[in-house]
Write a protein of this length. Structure first.
Length: 406
């Protein structure tokens, strides 16, 4: 079968690999009908989340049909349509019983202190082969898959594998309540769903900050107010929009691959640029700041702590920040002193998919929200590497890439 395989920083390939088999009684085998490319996948190719194990299949979003289940898997049978959670959880440990499934004590092969286990990630997460493949193995299947109702399409369901739950979780982390002014940094797909989720959770206003016009247009279509950080200083803009108070809640949907402003009043000084360059060397020591090839492909973001700094600056005193943008263990820069002196509450982490997703499936099934408008690219699985390259270059209009089995 074919799968997208990580061979090194800047080196991914569509390889022929053996089909997976049941390795544990809690496993299931699923034939994938749709998968997707996520910004998190790009971290692994750029070197901002490391170390990776060569030969790991990438991807953590998939919808498919069960073909086989292990003897310990109850509630699923061959032929069932399922959405697969991005994070893996056993369903029986203390954390799973509290709904905190991203920190399952059992799922990560590296032990209970290793943290989240998810598909297609670095060594610290398993590694567990990912979901950008024609057939996949799902560990702890009973708690890592959800059955799909007939009135939820595969196209809707692929956004329930990670993106919609993560956006919802980000709004929860930020403590969004009725009437809040919420700022979302990042108008990529996670930021788009974080904005939609903030509105669903009661936000009165949502302000989205990004530097790419087509992404900002997508946020505007959701009735968000938008700020282009290449045209205006986002901190000053938020203050102007909030009568100098700041936002009640901020969602960081960017993470370590943030881009610093290149022009306009927010463009950084030479001194700050040098500091950011030093951060890039720290977070991606084996990456290439100039990228790979003539097109500067797989280039790490050049402002790793940019959004973290802006978030602390734009939030009101006693405000709340939710971080769902990915920061790896090598990211150590954070304006903690400024945050403390504003009495901020900061929460962060990987989405508890198993406990967050079911109500969102019901929401989509009931017609209360159709996520498919935010899929901008429909690509065949055979063109996955080209799709990765275009998505990595941040080409205009590329917000979410769906990969369809062919």
């Amino acid at each position: 079968m074919r799968a997208v395989v990580w061979h090194g920083i800047g080196d991914i390939r569509l390889d022929e690999v053996p089909e997976p088999t049941i390795q544990d009684p809690h496993d299931a085998i699923v034939r994938v009908t749709k998968s997707a490319i996520c910004g998190t996948d790009l971290h692994f190719v750029r070197g901002t989340m490391a170390p990776m194990q060569e030969g790991t299949i990438l991807g953590h979003e998939a919808v498919g049909v069960v073909t086989e289940v292990g003897d310990a898997v109850r509630g699923f049978s061959p032929g069932d349509r399922v959405v697969i959670n991005s994070t893996i959880s056993c369903g029986a440990c203390r954390y799973c019983r509290m709904g905190q499934t991203a920190q399952c004590d059992v799922a990560n092969p590296n032990g209970p202190q290793a943290g989240t286990s998810f598909f297609g990630g670095p060594e610290s997460t398993g590694p567990v082969n990912g979901l950008q493949a024609e057939v996949v193995r799902v560990p702890w299947a009973q708690n890592t898959m959800h059955p799909l109702p007939d009135n939820v399409s595969d196209e809707q369901a692929i956004l329930l594998s990670d993106i919609f739950p993560t956006g919802w979780f980000g709004a929860e982390l930020a403590g969004v309540t009725r009437g809040d002014v919420v700022v979302v940094f990042g108008a990529g797909i996670v930021g788009q769903f974080a904005a939609a989720s903030a509105f669903k959770q009661g936000a009165g206003r949502v302000i989205v900050v990004d530097g790419e016009e087509t992404r900002l247009a997508a946020a505007l279509a959701q009735n968000c107010e938008v700020v282009d950080y290449n045209r205006e200083d986002p901190v000053q803009a938020v203050m102007d929009l909030t009568n100098g108070i700041g936002a009640d809640a901020v969602i960081d949907a960017v993470g370590v691959d943030a881009e610093r402003p290149k022009r306009g009043p927010a463009a950084v000084s030479d001194e700050q640029a040098a500091a950011f360059d030093a951060e890039v060397r720290q977070v991606a020591p084996d990456g290439r700041p100039e990228g790979f090839g003539d097109a500067q492909q797989w280039k790490p973001g050049d402002g790793p702590s940019q959004v973290a700094r802006w978030a602390v600056e734009v939030v009101a005193k006693y405000g709340r920040i939710g971080i769902i943008g990915v920061y790896g263990p090598t990211a150590e820069q954070y304006p903690i002193g400024q945050a403390m002196n504003k009495n901020l509450t900061i929460r962060m982490g990987n989405c508890d998919h198993h406990s967050v997703t079911p109500p969102l499936i019901d929401m989509v099934a009931a017609g209360q929200f159709d996520p498919t408008a935010l899929i901008t690219e429909h690509e065949s699985f055979g063109s996955a590497i080209d799709a990765y390259a275009a998505f990595d270059r941040r080409e205009p209009g590329w917000v979410k890439v769906e990969l369809e089995a062919n």
